[in-house]
Design a protein around this ligand. Structure first.
Ligand code: ATP
Ligand code: MG
Length: 422
């Protein structure tokens, strides 16, 4: 036999046994965003490398070491998108969607990051993201958080996630803070690891979310970003907290929360779960009022979030919320001369008469026993049996595969009976 070819490490197939849960997660989330009046946007998976280095920031983990970048046949540097916001902003500017306009958008699809694969962390993963342009907030910031809270409730995982919130102020606020933080870090240079030392001058705020416990301990005494926030940023954050309180949404202010991408300002938030181990952030977002201008558009306020679908699906599995509708309702069993065609015809008629009913026909022959076994394997609730007698009498046998009873009825009546399955 020829040597088998394997999928790329960290890039997974979604198998038929897994896809019903994925579909449930995706359709639930899509229903929620449409309940808020948001519209879908679809962007290419590949973009110019510049787009990401300019938007996300040269000295972020993503740009420094996680991007899938290659030269195409023309020698242009392209990158498989590591996230959706940069492409969404690019698309908005290029198509004139942002100029003096308001947009409330969502997207979903695969993202690519060259990270060490482990549970909840993959090289191809899927995000669902929302981006809003043209609104200053904090009202819309609160709406985005309320929207995510609604998603968790509808998925049944709301008791297992918590919200962390912070304001990282304006660019100026952060520039002032940066100096104070660098001065503090310089005093503790001997305990900083290599990563933090390098970050200290390029992106010192990232030192704040180091995973190194010894450094974390020292950071307890570091200057606080909240002491450097300007009046407007403070008011914006207070306004957001008030709206969330009024909406009954619980949160913890985490002064260390800075997020990994450079474009954020003011509001940042993360939804975190304890049920997935180290990969606990299921959703992250925030405001990025400077990004549209930075990418060549007219200054436009913006806010958004992205969630990792693999992590949500894993959570649903961990919490055993896997009760999804099986893909087949009715299995058509036939045996005898002329019954196969009659069975296919009856199946077609049922698909027409009972919208939403999923009917699978048996192919490949075999006795009743074999066919009923197939029906069980695909999870059908009912088997319809057509033999020569039934065809002669225009009837069909309806066998309840869960309860076991079986009745014979006129073919014309069977649609009404099966409609109960929907
Ligand atoms: P982390 O700290 O876990 O690396 P991040 O800050 O890099 O996350 P974002 O860029 O904010 O993540 O992406 C939003 C969400 O996308 C994350 O909260 C997570 O749920 C998901 N995500 C990010 N990277 C991966 C990955 N490699 N595999 C699976 N999901 C991911
Ligand atoms: Mg990351």
């Amino acid at each position: 036999m020829a040597k088998q070819i394997q999928a790329i490490r960290g890039m997974n197939d979604c198998l038929p046994t897994q896809s019903p849960l994925w579909q449930k997660v995706e359709s639930t989330i899509k229903q929620v965003v449409s309940a808020y009046g948001y519209s879908e946007v679809r962007m290419p998976i590949v973009e110019s490398t510049h787009l990401f280095s300019r938007a996300i920031g040269e000295v972020t983990d993503v740009v420094e070491k996680e991007m899938y970048t290659f030269d195409d046949r023309n020698g242009d540097s392209l990158t498989l998108r590591p996230e959706g916001t940069a492409g969404c902003v690019r698309a908005g500017i290029q198509n004139g969607l942002l100029y003096n306009q308001e947009q409330r958008l969502w997207y979903t699809g695969p993202m690519f990051r060259h990270e060490r694969p482990q549970k909840g962390r993959y090289r191809q993963f899927h995000q669902f993201g929302v981006e809003v342009f043209g609104l200053n907030g904090p009202d819309v910031d609160a709406e985005l958080i309320m929207m995510t809270a609604r998603m968790w409730r509808e998925l049944g995982i709301d008791k297992h996630v918590r919200l962390e919130l912070n304001s990282i102020g304006s660019l100026e606020d952060r520039a002032n803070y940066r100096e104070a933080l660098i001065a503090f870090l310089e005093q503790h240079i001997d305990i900083l690891d290599e990563d933090c030392k390098r970050r200290m001058h390029t992106n010192p705020l990232r030192v704040l979310d180091t995973k190194n416990a010894a450094i974390q301990e020292v950071l307890v005494d570091a200057p606080k970003l909240s002491d450097y926030l300007g009046e407007e940023s403070k008011q914006h954050f207070a306004g957001l907290c008030e709206l969330l309180d009024a909406a009954g949404i619980e949160y913890q202010v985490n002064e260390r929360l800075v997020r990994g991408l450079d474009y954020y300002n003011r509001t940042v938030f993360e939804w975190i779960t304890e049920s997935l181990g180290a990969q606990g952030t299921v959703c992250g977002g925030g405001r990025y009022d400077g990004l549209v201008e930075q990418l060549g558009g007219k200054a436009t306020p913006a806010v958004g979030f992205a969630m990792g679908l693999e992590r949500l699906v894993l959570m649903m599995e961990t919490l055993e919320l896997t009760d999804v509708r099986r893909p087949v309702d009715v299995y058509m069993v036939t045996a005898g001369e002329g019954t196969m065609m009659a069975g296919m015809k009856l199946a077609e008629k049922l698909r027409e008469d009972v919208p939403g009913l999923r009917v699978m026909s048996h192919f490949g022959g075999g006795n009743f026993k074999k066919q009923f076994k197939r029906a069980d394997n695909v999870g059908a609730a009912v088997a319809l049996v057509l033999g020569e007698n039934e065809i002669a009498e225009n009837t069909v046998v309806v066998k309840d595969l869960r309860g076991g009873e079986q009745t014979t009825m006129a073919q014309d009546d069977v649609a009404a009976k099966l409609a109960e399955l929907i």
